[in-house]
Write a protein that binds this ligand. Structure first.
Ligand code: ATP
Ligand code: MG
Length: 509
């Protein structure tokens, strides 16, 4: 039987989902790179993307979504305008460099690269070097020198007496000097002169991004780096540096060399505000000519917990879901979000999953509920009373009876132990009865896992008066999936409270 493509498209539009035979026709058309015909005489704009062959579609996704690569373009970097202005002004001040610090995954490298491209002369790209584990100061200088235009212009590789490759730096006792830098020790003076030589022909506005300075663990090496930053200003080396790392590294650098303060403009990066995460979601789907239901936009923003990587992962998973299922939709709804969560969870980096998997490895489901409870707020640091409240409300939503109050803190303290991946830690300085995730980004993973089970965690700041005047919880929590799928012995959602069990849920066959 001949099936008219036009009639098929109209049919999809009405039902939202093609019947399987139709899906097959669509898939084979897509494999052949055939575009869909207009719906009711009008061109259906999103169809052109979703009918692309897979490699082209993936390339199209890559244009707007980068779950595992930093951003280096203004258009894609959301919510950092003020930081960019700050950095630009600092870089234009003589002898001043920038240190961007913040939690893992918050967007440090993306901001550094975008700011570097913004400042960098259009004649060339900024230089980027990443610090490796146990890197020494000399290793770092070697990496920087090797990326200088002089080294690039003269890439002659010679064998030194030690058998190590070294590139020639023009106009000096080149090979020897670079070889020396390759050694494990280098003086500040020598480091400065090598860097100045390697970048002698660099354009006026040249930036070197030194990423992940926190990888340099040895205090003696950070002390050398602090002296180097100080000397850069004093010796008027014309290139600019943007460093990234965690807060403790900046403290160390400044502790070593208080006067490096004047040379280093610190930029503390906070998690992205919900509004920007929502804007990002809209921007991504707009690229595919799809509208986004408001609730979807906020839900993605909230579950992502201020960490843009999760927004990228979720949007990518949703786009693939729409593509794989040939969904003929014009607006993205909650069903697309919920159907993509399993895929999104698989895409999260192992390093983030690890503490969660370790903590929940014993299959004690109370532990998992307590982890969700700790992540159930916008606040990173949470007081026991708030965590308990969240825990009770999660149990209520799941129709299970919570653990006795007294046992909750004992279980939470377990989560600070290495046996439980140290997923939680105390809140310094000595805030007794407060909890936080050791790695803030793991919170987002906990929020995703809760969503996978049908529980949506809240994203509001904690109310301080709860601690002094406990009140019953009044707002019922949204549950979108039948939790009896994973809570043992549940006869179906809404079947009344049951006691929270320490036993592993039975696997459904
Ligand atoms: N302002 C932003 N708007 C949109 N996406 C962003 C933004 N900042 C970062 N991202 C995305 O978030 C993810 C993490 O960004 P990035 O690698 O820059 O973070 P990081 O703090 O350097 O992480 P790490 O600590 O692991 O080095 C990447 O997928 C990046 O594309
Ligand atoms: Mg980074």
């Amino acid at each position: 039987m001949h099936i008219s493509h036009e009639c098929l498209c109209t049919k999809y539009k009405d039902t939202g989902r093609p019947p399987s035979r139709v899906a097959h026709v669509m898939t084979s058309r897509r494999a052949a790179g055939v575009r869909c015909l207009p719906i009711n005489g009008h061109e259906n704009p999103q169809v052109k993307h979703f009918q692309l062959p897979e490699t082209d579609f993936l390339a199209e996704i890559e244009k707007v979504v980068r779950p595992s690569a930093p951003i280096d373009k203004f258009e894609l970097l959301l919510g950092r305008d003020e930081d960019l202005t700050d950095i630009r002004r600092s870089l234009h001040a003589a002898g001043r460099h920038v240190f961007i610090y913040g939690d893992r995954g918050v967007g440090k490298t993306s901001l550094a690269l975008t700011a570097a491209y913004d400042y960098q002369s259009s004649e060339s790209d900024p230089v980027t070097v990443s610090c490796g584990p146990n890197e020494t100061f000399a290793d770092l200088i070697k990496s920087i020198v090797r990326k200088g235009p002089e080294a690039v212009l003269n890439p002659t590789t010679k064998k030194t007496s030690t058998g190590i490759d070294a590139r020639v730096v023009k106009g000096s006792r080149e090979v020897n000097e670079v070889s020396e830098a390759i050694g494990s020790e280098i003086t500040i003076d020598r480091a400065i002169s090598l860097v100045a030589q390697a970048f002698a022909s660099a354009p006026a506005h040249t930036v070197v991004v030194v990423d992940e300075v926190d990888m340099i663990k040895d205090r003696r090496q950070t002390s050398l780096l602090a002296s180097f930053i100080k000397a850069l200003g004093d010796r008027a080396v014309p290139i600019k540096f943007i460093f990234t790392g965690v807060a403790s590294t900046l403290d160390e650098l400044l502790a070593e060399h208080q006067s490096a303060f004047r040379q280093l403009h610190p930029v503390r990066l906070e998690r992205l505000m919900l509004q920007y995460l929502g804007d990002f979601v809209v921007q991504v789907f707009e690229h595919f000519d799809l509208e986004v239901d408001d609730s979807v936009k906020w839900k993605i923003g909230q579950v992502s917990d201020g960490f843009p990587a999760y927004v990228h992962i979720i949007c990518r998973s949703m786009l693939l879901h729409i593509y794989d299922n040939d969904l003929q939709i014009e607006e993205v709804k909650e069903s697309e979000l919920y159907s993509s969560i399993d895929h999104a969870i698989r895409e999260v980096a192992d390093g983030i999953k690890q503490p969660y998997e370790m903590a929940t490895g014993s299959k004690d489901q109370v532990i998992e509920h307590l982890i969700w409870a700790t992540a159930d707020s916008q606040d990173l640091e949470r007081q026991l009373a708030h965590v308990k409240r969240s825990y009770q409300s999660i149990c209520y939503a799941l129709s299970i009876e919570p653990l006795q109050e007294g046992m909750v803190s004992a279980k939470l303290n377990k989560l600070k132990q290495p046996s439980h991946g140290q997923i939680l830690s105390a809140v310094p300085p000595n805030k007794k009865g407060w909890y936080q995730f050791t790695e803030s980004m793991v919170r987002g993973y906990a929020r995703l896992k809760a969503m996978q089970r049908g529980i949506e965690l809240t994203y509001e700041p904690d109310k301080p008066d709860l601690v002094s005047r406990p009140q019953p919880y009044t707002k019922p929590r949204h549950v979108y999936r039948d939790p009896s799928n994973y809570i043992p012995n549940m006869r179906g959602y809404g079947s009344g409270p049951r006691r929270e069990s320490n036993r592993a849920p039975k696997r459904k066959r």
